[in-house]
Ligand binder design. Structure first.
Ligand SMILES: [Zn+2]
Length: 462
């Protein structure tokens, strides 16, 4: 008579009473008995198998016993209770595939016979989907942030400059008054540097650094959407579904019109750090050779531009800079040559969409699942659950492929003669042509000489 491990696990979803484990135990015992097997119980209580760092002692012991021959198989309420991480399943499958003994396997809800390849296929599919559902739970926490944004509620963290440290929805006169005045002065034509100097003289300092504001920080302060009561989520002003602004729950310093005016003034004056729209060929394509961060195109005092590793992003070193003009020309020439070389082979080797295999696999999985369901090897509820998840993936992938095809068709029509048509291309099209050939350009730190040194540039091909 086979001795099987009867596995029970109460999860976070169950009430924390232990009843869950007991009920599972009865079901598991009944199933084993009906198969004519003896049960050795293994119990993990109140642990989430999804949290990667949570150890399940009983599960670990059972796997060890299965491997060493103490038990000849596993019975569980369902696959979901037994494993949630694909790697847990792989460990068990590995034992089933390599054991010289005849092993058995069963669950109360669905028979996945891990001794056959069909059973393993189904089990893998199921665990992958269940695993995704768990990831969705972590995503739900992020959702919570989104919901707060939708209501215009405050995100976490201390009160920003201008608001009361003890109640961040209320303005704090000590800071809000000078800020209000600065906004009016700026719109009236006063320059950032002038106002920043006035603030320094008045002893107004940043709350985070305790130091006076420099021009960049001061510009940022003026441009904060929060000033006019707009909520930012993930770096962008948050909009309602109808496209209108989400209004924050805090007191604003200025009106939306004033805030927009500030943006317009910055645009026209080109204050450093103010204009985020891409104006340079290699912004974000050039990467710092020391820290790997994207370099930003900036206009220098002499009116020419340079690409610079800007130290205001986390982890960026701020040490590397390269002249823009020569770099642009060099990369452009490189892309022309690559385009000419590629034109000949384009017909043979059309640009492939990177996720094609994934799409194909999803289609195959749906077909296989459908076949098994028709053969009544899968229950209706399992089938619906799994097929809906897969179909959602399929829709996303197909949409992505359509967008990709549209983009490459446009580009390949143009790439026939990049050299000849370069002038007619918009900056965005040129940038796309570059990205078509190169994934990035590494810019290594400068040596001693002052001249432009092409060997500092290391193009990374696609
Ligand atoms: Zn850097």
């Amino acid at each position: 008579m086979a001795r099987v491990g009867g596995y029970r696990r109460i999860s976070d979803d169950d009430l924390n009473t232990g009843d869950g484990v007991r009920t599972q135990g009865e079901d598991v015992d009944d199933l084993a008995t009906s198969n004519g097997w003896n049960v050795v119980p293994y119990e993990d209580n109140d642990l989430s198998a999804y949290k990667r760092n949570v150890k399940r002692p009983a599960f670990e012991e059972m796997v060890k016993d299965l491997k060493s021959g103490v038990i000849d198989g596993i019975v569980a309420l369902d696959l979901d209770r037994l494993v949630r991480q694909p790697k847990d399943l792989e460990r068990i499958i590995d034992i089933y595939e390599t054991s010289k003994r005849r092993l058995v396997f069963d669950t109360c809800t669905q028979s996945y016979d891990l001794t056959t390849s069909e059973g393993r296929f189904m089990a893998r599919l199921f665990v992958n989907i269940a695993n995704k559902a768990s990831s969705d739970t972590s995503r739900r926490i992020k959702r919570h942030q989104l919901d707060k944004a939708k209501l215009g509620e405050e995100s976490g963290g201390p009160a920003p400059f201008g608001w009361d440290p003890d109640n961040k929805s209320k303005l704090w006169d000590k800071e809000a008054k000078p800020l209000r005045k600065a906004i009016e002065d700026f719109i009236a034509g006063k320059r950032v540097a002038t106002i920043a100097r006035e603030w320094e003289a008045a002893g107004i300092v940043s709350r985070t650094t305790g130091k006076p504001f420099n021009q960049t920080n001061f510009s940022r302060l003026l441009l904060r959407p929060r000033n006019c009561g707009l909520r930012v989520h993930q770096g962008e002003v948050f909009l309602n579904e109808d496209g209108s602004f989400v209004k924050g729950v805090w007191e604003p310093v200025c009106t939306i019109e004033e805030w927009e005016a500030i943006g317009a003034v910055f645009q026209s004056r080109k204050v450093p750090g103010a204009d985020r729209s891409t104006k340079y060929l290699l912004s974000g394509i050039a990467r710092c050779g020391i820290c790997g961060h994207k370099m930003r195109g900036q206009r220098r005092k002499d009116g020419k531009h340079a690409y610079t590793c800007v130290a205001n992003q986390p982890g960026a070193c701020g040490k590397v800079s390269v002249v823009g003009e020569q770099t642009d020309e060099l990369v452009r020439d490189l892309v022309w040559v690559d385009g000419e070389r590629a034109t000949g082979s384009l017909k043979l080797e059309p640009t492939a969409w990177a996720r094609a295999k994934e799409l194909e696999d999803t289609e195959t999985a749906i077909a296989a699942l459908r076949a098994q369901w028709k053969a009544k090897e899968v229950s209706n509820s399992t089938f619906i659950f799994m097929v809906e998840t897969l179909e959602k993936d399929l829709d996303t992938l197909r949409h992505e492929r359509a967008v990709f095809n549209a983009n490459t068709a446009e580009l390949e029509a143009k790439s026939v003669n990049l050299r000849g048509s370069w002038k007619a291309l918009t900056l965005e099209q040129r940038r796309r042509a570059i990205r078509h050939s190169l994934s990035a350009i590494l810019v290594h730190p400068a040596g001693k000489g002052k001249r432009f040194d092409p060997s500092r540039l290391e193009p990374l091909p696609k």
